[in-house]
Write a new protein. Structure first.
Length: 245
């Protein structure tokens, strides 16, 4: 995966340092890969990544486009913590089926297979976008942007947030959203007839109803206003239909 960068966090206070910053419980590393995010103090998305157990160190598997900003943010929060943050040349691979030795099951959804960091050969020819759309899994810098709130993007369902772990940056806003009776906006799967550019506005009648993102096999991921979403919407030349389960 040429679009992924692996950072390495090491030092005596590595786990405590990350525990106060990320949305998930670092202790879950004892059971395998951990999906998490780092938020702004206002509770908005900064970056999502996988935490990878690596002996006394922890690896962060993050989109390359976000790596420099994430490293800068981690360094800002480091202060006097006894940790070191460095970029590595570790390659990320992924595949379907049972995880080979040294690889880890993708914690977001079983359909996404495994991720490897020790040179395991990955599966070529897999339509990963189709798998993501089918499982309603957002992608960094596509569905997930600086305006995103992680609960609207499905992080609770994707095992990317823990509500019992204690404080982290942006936790207060996330907790308030958790205790709302119902989210009014969010990521959803839609049926798509035709195609539209990623980021196209979805309209219902004359009203804006959301944004259409990744599309594959007649389905798409859309960020919707649920009060306006229905089975007769448009995005550019595409017909978009939303039918909640």
């Amino acid at each position: 995966m040429a679009d992924r960068t692996v950072l390495k966090i090491s030092g005596a206070e590595t786990r405590d340092f990350l525990q106060g910053l990320v949305t998930n419980d670092v202790a879950k590393l004892d059971r395998g890969l951990v999906y998490a995010a780092m938020l702004t103090p206002q509770g908005k998305y900064r970056a999502d990544f996988f935490l990878v157990p690596a002996g006394e160190a922890i690896l962060l598997d993050v989109a390359t486009s976000l790596a420099a900003g994430l490293k800068q943010a981690l360094t800002m929060y480091k202060l006097r913590s006894k940790v070191e943050i460095e970029e590595t040349d570790i390659a990320v691979t992924r595949g379907l089926g049972d995880a080979p030795d040294g690889a880890f099951a993708d914690p977001r959804d079983p359909s996404l297979g495994w991720r490897g960091y020790d040179g395991q050969p990955g599966d070529d020819g897999v339509d990963w976008d189709a798998l993501r759309v089918s499982a309603i899994v957002p992608e960094s810098d596509v569905e997930l942007t600086g305006d995103s709130f992680i609960l609207e993007m499905g992080f609770e369902r994707l095992n990317g947030v823990d509500f019992r772990k204690g404080c982290y940056v942006g936790q207060e806003v996330t907790a308030r959203m958790k205790h709302k009776t119902e989210l009014r906006k969010g990521l959803a799967q839609v049926a798509v007839e035709g195609r539209a550019p990623v980021g196209s506005e979805i309209v219902a009648g004359e009203k804006a109803a959301g944004t259409l993102f990744t599309q594959a096999a007649g389905q798409g991921l859309a960020y919707l206003r649920f009060d306006r979403a229905g089975d007769d919407m448009r995005a550019e030349d595409a017909v978009v239909r939303y039918s909640p389960a």
